[in-house]
Ligand binder design. Structure first.
Ligand SMILES: *Cc1c(COP(=O)(O)O)cnc(C)c1O
Length: 414
């Protein structure tokens, strides 16, 4: 049968590396051709053969309002008519900064950039410039974008042996990054003792979203707050996924922890490329043009992106009380999957936190079968057990019930 998807993907493979611009999109983990998406509306996306899918990827967590919302599109169309980029400060940019400050009051000043990766890289540079120290501590299985010095995993031992997770990263670039397992506060204390006066910052995803979902551990985060404060280091929350995911604000603001810097991205761009980092005036003023830490970009604060972000956050502000419903829907789905799996005697782990969830099987093969079967039934999950899935405000109880009905059939096949 003639498939437009297949024709397009074969052509993509000719000109794009692996047919994609970001590796996980290639479906290497689940096997088979990826679906290529032509359009989306609400909670659904449509491939080039006209098949519909309930979308739980949502642009890797960015599209929290669902796809093609009329109000967001209208704001963008109007903005586009006035030109695309000027490389100057503009009104939607200032307003987006203001609404983020209102939602996350400890972010007194912010700097917009073009991606989460850029936000993290720049926040770390700022932390190093501010503290005049070099070392950075991160946690195993966390992901903070694709900067060289963060693409590493821990070897055994106390944050000493390090292994790059990508070719092309010189060992030398990793020497100032320490990696420890997540959740072990005593180990963090030991590392701080060993490297006394040398650690610029600790960076952490307050809810893990890049090794399946790792739920909130408030005690651990509070512990990190104390350790970094006592040591004169900075605490950086990477909230590129979690910012505005669990409420109108960040995890930090929700649980009453004030990190020194917060990185944002994904949701705050309303589906367009964005990143941002912010914190107190004292720290942020170390950035050029006021301070000595250099960071710049041609397209940062682009008015189209800023408009999309602003209108998205305005909509989320109005939906403030709707987050509870969103979390309930996710719980309905997660508990439903667990219950059906138990009845069907399929061994799996479903983690969830707010409207984020992840599904892991005992064997990779089972996940692959489950994944392809769900796809055939019109359900689009992240194509890896280690990527998180998400709900949007456009998802309905009917979507969840249809997904559970599909899972029941899929479990019979594995
Ligand atoms: C997605 C992500 C990033 C990187 O953001 P990009 O916009 O893809 O560069 C960084 N940190 C976390 C926690 C992320 O989920």
């Amino acid at each position: 049968m003639r498939s437009n998807n297949k024709i397009l993907f074969n052509k993509a493979k000719r000109y794009l590396v692996g047919g994609v611009d970001s590796p996980v999109r290639a479906f290497g983990y689940v096997g088979g051709d990826p679906v290529l998406i032509k359009s989306g509306r609400g909670s659904k996306i449509y491939d080039y053969d006209g098949n519909a899918y309930i979308d739980y990827v949502l642009s890797w967590g960015a599209s929290i309002l669902g796809h093609a919302r009329a109000d967001i599109s209208a704001g963008l169309i109007k903005r586009i008519g006035s030109g695309l980029n000027f490389g100057t400060t503009n009104e939607p940019e200032v307003k987006l900064a203001e609404i983020i400050h209102q939602a996350v009051p400890f972010v007194k000043k912010i700097r917009f950039v073009n991606s989460g990766t850029e936000a993290v890289m720049s926040a770390v540079r700022l932390a190093r410039g501010f503290t005049k120290r070099d070392l950075i501590l991160k946690f195993k299985n966390s992901y903070h974008g694709s900067a060289d010095f963060l693409l590493l995993k821990a070897g055994s031992g106390l944050a000493t042996l390090k292994i790059a997770t990508s070719a092309g990263v010189p060992d030398n670039f990793l020497k100032d990054t320490l990696v420890v397992p997540y959740g072990d506060i005593e180990l963090v204390k030991d590392v701080f003792k060993k490297y006394a006066g040398q650690i610029a910052a600790v960076i952490i995803e307050p809810v893990g979203g890049n090794h399946g979902v790792i739920p909130l551990n408030r005690g651990f985060l509070l512990g990190l707050g104390k350790i970094t404060r006592d040591a004169g280091s900075l605490l950086i929350f990477d909230e590129v996924i979690t910012g505005f995911r669990f409420g109108f604000g960040t995890v930090a603001s929700k649980i009453g922890i004030k990190p020194d810097l917060v990185c944002l991205g994904k949701i705050i761009g309303g589906g367009l490329p964005i990143g941002a980092y912010g914190g107190s005036r004292k720290i942020m003023n170390h950035l050029a043009p006021l301070g000595k830490v250099y960071q710049a970009s041609t397209f940062s604060g682009n008015p189209i992106v800023m408009q999309a972000g602003l209108d998205t956050l305005k909509a989320l502000k109005k939906l403030k009380n709707g987050y509870a419903r969103l979390d309930k829907l996710a719980e309905h789905l997660a508990l439903g999957l667990r219950r059906i799996a138990q009845i069907k005697k399929v061994k799996l782990t479903v983690e969830y936190c707010g409207s984020m969830f992840s599904i892991k099987f005992n064997e990779k093969k089972q996940f692959q079968k489950f994944y392809r079967n769900m796809l055939d039934q019109g359900v689009y999950f992240a194509p890896s057990e280690f990527e998180a899935d998400f709900l949007s405000f456009a998802h309905t109880t009917k979507d969840i019930e249809n997904t559970l009905a599909a899972a029941e059939k899929a479990f019979d096949k594995i």
